[in-house]
Ligand binder design. Structure first.
Ligand code: ADP
Ligand code: TRP
Length: 323
């Protein structure tokens, strides 16, 4: 029996190189070895996206991005969270078991408070409970996530244990799969690449926009002719994440020898990105012209997900006395 893997991704903007190297690539490669479920966390996204056109556009973008990068809907059950009402239903049941102090311990909640968010919504406060429902409905063995999500998986395990102790064993305690060795991809300003810092290199931006992002990478003012330390350069640090060991060595030598300017390094990086993602970029363009096809894939995924979600919720209803 293959182990079951589940993860969710919010449709919160244009997918960037950090998302790909830090998460998407792993989600896609896991389909070769595991029984995979991946959903677009559009219910979670409502905590920040309050515009219907944007919600739709970002959902298509994310779905097209995964499909273009190699997600195979025959191998991975790929669907929208909002298509499965059981997520919200189970969330309510958990809400009646989870205490306010438990949720107040969430790092994400504390961060929001520290940032001075005064009128935080219930959705934001409750975010970890919905995430627990997302996960536990499908009884996965593994949940691949970034380091920032570790606490959410721990909370999920706590919620599962609370339910199991009160009503009887239904839920399997999932393990997080956190790749410690996955590098934090630096953005164009050297901080962690993130939509919220506006320092991203977007995988599917048109070529001229992509060029602008790459040419905008911040470098120091060492003159062209001087030797440079590659490890201190953002351009090199991003380049090496995509290049082969030989290519990396070659560019490293160029930096150290001098006579190699940052402009030239940026051109090399741009070419690398364009060649590395050439097929995916073409496929993405094509898919974005066929939104009905994307919808159909997500609907077929939802049908498969729905039957599992219903069967788990039925067990929950029996245990809680609703059935
Ligand atoms: P953003 O910070 O741009 O909003 P998200 O928080 O939506 O990105 O991240 C989605 C996934 O991509 C997460 O699993 C996260 O760990 C991963 N990820 C995001 N940025 C990076 C990065 N700079 N390096 C590595 N992984 C990243
Ligand atoms: N909170 C996750 C993130 O921001 C997205 C998410 C929602 C998720 N539900 C999930 C991830 C269930 C894994 C499992 O990245």
């Amino acid at each position: 029996m293959k182990k079951r893997v589940l993860s969710g991704v919010q449709p919160s903007g244009h997918p960037h190189l950090g998302n790909y190297l830090g998460a998407m690539r792993r989600h896609i490669e896991m389909q070769e070895e595991y029984e995979c479920f991946l959903f677009i966390a559009d219910l979670h996204a409502l905590t920040t996206v309050k515009d219907s056109n944007l919600m739709k556009a970002q959902t298509y973008e994310l779905a097209a991005a995964y499909l273009a990068l190699g997600l195979d809907p025959e191998k991975t059950v790929f669907f929208k969270q909002s298509a499965i009402s059981e997520h919200a239903e189970l969330c309510w049941i958990f809400d009646c078991l989870v205490t306010v102090p438990f949720l107040e311990r969430s790092h994400a909640w504390k961060d929001a408070k520290n940032k001075g968010v005064k009128e935080a919504t219930m959705g934001l406060f409750n975010y970890p409970v919905l995430q627990a429902a997302d996960i536990l409905l499908y009884k996965p063995d593994l949940v691949p996530v970034g380091k920032d999500q570790k606490q959410h998986i721990e909370m999920t395990r706590d919620i599962a244990t609370t339910f199991n102790n009160l009503f009887g064993e239904i839920f399997k305690l999932p393990e997080p799969e956190i790749k410690e060795e996955v590098a934090i991809v630096p953005g164009t300003d050297g901080q962690k690449m993130s939509k919220s810092y506006g320092n991203t290199i977007d995988l599917f931006a048109p070529e001229n926009a992509l060029k602008k992002q790459v040419m905008g990478i911040v470098t120091d003012s060492t003159p062209v002719e001087d030797p440079k330390d590659p490890d201190k350069c953002n351009v090199f640090n991003i380049y090496k994440l995509l290049a082969s060991p030989e290519e990396t060595k070659d560019v490293e030598n160029k930096y150290r020898q001098g006579g190699f300017g940052y402009g030239e390094a940026k051109k090399l990086l741009l070419e690398k990105i364009l060649s590395h993602f050439a097929k995916s970029r073409e496929k993405y363009e094509n898919l974005m012209g066929k939104k009905d096809f994307i919808t159909q894939i997500l609907e077929e995924g939802a049908k498969k997900a729905k039957s599992i979600a219903i069967s788990t919720l039925d067990e929950v209803k029996e245990k809680t006395g609703y059935k």
